[in-house]
Design a protein around this ligand. Structure first.
Ligand code: SAH
Length: 236
């Protein structure tokens, strides 16, 4: 009770907003507007993705200084020269993964943990790797505080994926390498889908899918992500 700041006499239905911050706080309205004006309006249709975006408290995953802007149509700084993606980009990339609830998903670039939370709403298990230790640690703590128990965050270079947990039904890369890391392709299950922005300052979002015949590649939209650090840079 104390952690929630609730008075003992407050009826249970009104209590502990921290336990389910999506239910009773005013930001639910901001999220509804965000989904309507930024996401649905631009053509994202998967009802599960829209529901996840309506639920995840984005304002709880960004630094306090930018909290007031959490539901605006833009990326935001999260410290260490990194950014949380614009909500539309999160929705679009998530929709491309076609998650139905049973998948094991790998994310490269945990950042704020927002994309990981969206994935956690839509899949069975999420594994996320962040190269900047304080960001990874902050995201791990925030995701735990918000009650996401099906996300594991590892601090390290995501270029080589997470072989101990492979294969994955879906892989999402949210920092841009100059080429698709081969270890990530290798860790994609048959029937799996990988979305990754590839390029320099501006990038093309690629969708790689694996079926019984092998790997198929499709070009999606133009995007702008921060560069992938570590081994990806050395191998350019
Ligand atoms: N998905 C994040 C936004 C990602 S910003 C969110 O929802 O907030 C890109 C992140 O990728 C940054 O935090 C950056 O530090 C991280 N990153 C860059 N190169 C990486 C690498 N090689 N392995 C893992 N993370 C990396």
């Amino acid at each position: 009770m104390r952690a929630c700041g609730c008075l003992l006499l407050v009826p249970i239905a009104l209590g502990c907003t921290m336990k389910d911050p999506t239910q009773s706080d005013a930001t639910a309205e901001d999220r509804e507007r965000m989904v309507r004006e930024q996401i649905t309006a631009r053509g994202v249709r998967d009802p599960r993705v829209l529901a996840a975006l309506s639920r995840v408290p984005r304002h709880e995953l960004v630094p306090e200084a930018v909290r007031a802007h959490a539901y605006e149509d833009r990326p935001l700084p999260i410290g260490f020269d990194q950014t949380i993606s614009q909500p539309y980009v999160v929705a679009y990339m998530t929709e491309q993964l076609q998650l139905s609830g049973d998948e094991r998903v790998l994310e490269i670039g945990t950042g704020s943990g927002y994309q990981a939370a969206v994935l956690a709403e839509l899949a069975r298990e999420v594994f996320s790797i962040e190269i900047v230790a304080p960001l990874g640690e902050r995201a791990r703590a925030d995701l735990a505080r918000l009650g996401y128990r099906n996300v594991q965050v590892r601090v390290g270079d995501g270029y080589r994926g997470w072989p101990e947990q492979a294969p994955f039904d879906a892989i999402i890369v949210t920092a841009a390498p100059g080429h698709v890391p081969q270890p990530l392709i290798d860790q994609l299950a048959v029937g799996g889908r990988l979305v990754v922005p590839v390029g320099g300052v501006y990038q093309e979002l690629l969708l790689l899918s694996r079926d019984a015949d092998g790997i198929h590649e499709e070009r999606l939209i133009d995007v702008r992500f921060v560069p992938m650090r570590g081994e990806a840079e050395r191998l350019e």
